[in-house]
Design a protein around this ligand. Structure first.
Ligand code: SF4
Ligand code: SF4
Length: 254
């Protein structure tokens, strides 16, 4: 027994005091994109490099730095590498979740929406004390699922916030959907959603669930859960960093 106590003292406390203390992420982490407005001329290098069509020309300004849709982005960095004008960069900011799909659009030279507008819808206030979620893996590659699972470990300690993943939709306040939702998962997703008592939330985690990601417009896939149900929280990434997911879930409880 003494040996165990000694070992616990030696190991110290590993759960981060989030959100009061922000995590230190690897310098290689690619967080919220930062776009510098430049005159691109006829260059289309970033459009050509992007595997998911996440870069969108700005209406009325087709020769300037494009808008970047984080809902489609896999954060692969190919556009950054392709740009001869260094107009595309990725910051270390992990807080990227949004309640509105349009807030996932990063516009050159404009601050992030969450820095300028309150984003917490009032109807979610009933979940402030306890939030139970059912996870549905709807044809994902298992990376988003792994980053949801890791939230239960001692570093993140999701249950200390009153948030838990539960086994039955009957006990859930919302579903967390990962993957593009293949056609053969569509019915299971709808059955799970309909089995939850109202009010019920839908959280889309990862590029696939938000937009289809790399599987977008595939013959056997939907373009994410957004094709099927109204989504209340979007968590971008491929996969999203666990801190990005946690930050989004905590926003539901503010
Ligand atoms: S980082 Fe995102 S926007 Fe850039 S090429 Fe990759 S998927 Fe496309
Ligand atoms: S952002 Fe960079 S790579 Fe993309 S079109 Fe402009 S100059 Fe070319």
């Amino acid at each position: 027994m003494l040996r165990i106590i000694k070992e616990r003292i030696h190991q110290k406390y590993h759960t981060l005091d989030y959100p009061r203390k922000q995590p230190t992420l690897s310098p290689r982490f690619m967080g919220r994109p930062s776009l510098t407005p430049v005159d691109c001329g006829d260059c289309r290098a970033c459009y050509a490099a992007c595997p998911t069509g996440a870069l969108l020309p700005i209406e009325g300004a087709p020769h300037s730095t494009p808008t970047l849709d984080m809902g489609r982005c896999t954060f692969c960095g190919a556009c950054r590498a392709a740009c001869p004008k260094q107009a595309i960069a990725f910051t270390g900011e992990h807080r990227m979740a949004a309640f509105k799909r349009e807030d996932l659009l990063v516009v050159p030279g404009q601050p992030a929406p969450h820095e300028t507008t309150p984003t917490v819808p009032g109807e979610f206030s009933i979940f402030r004390r306890s939030l139970k979620l059912r996870q549905i893996s709807a044809a994902g590659c298992a990376a988003c699922e792994a980053d949801c699972n890791v939230l239960g470990t001692l570093v993140y300690d999701l249950p200390k916030f009153g948030i838990d993943f539960v086994a039955s939709p009957r006990h859930a306040d919302g579903v967390v959907v990962t993957g593009p939702v293949s056609e053969n998962m569509r019915l299971a997703v709808l059955d799970t959603y309909n089995a939850m008592p109202e009010p019920r939330l839908v959280v889309a985690v990862g590029a696939c669930a938000i937009s289809g990601g790399l599987f977008r417009d595939g013959a056997q896939c939907n373009n994410g859960i957004t094709d099927i149900l109204a989504v209340d929280l979007f968590v971008p990434g491929c996969p999203p960093n666990p801190w990005t997911i946690l930050d989004g879930l905590l926003a539901l409880k503010k």
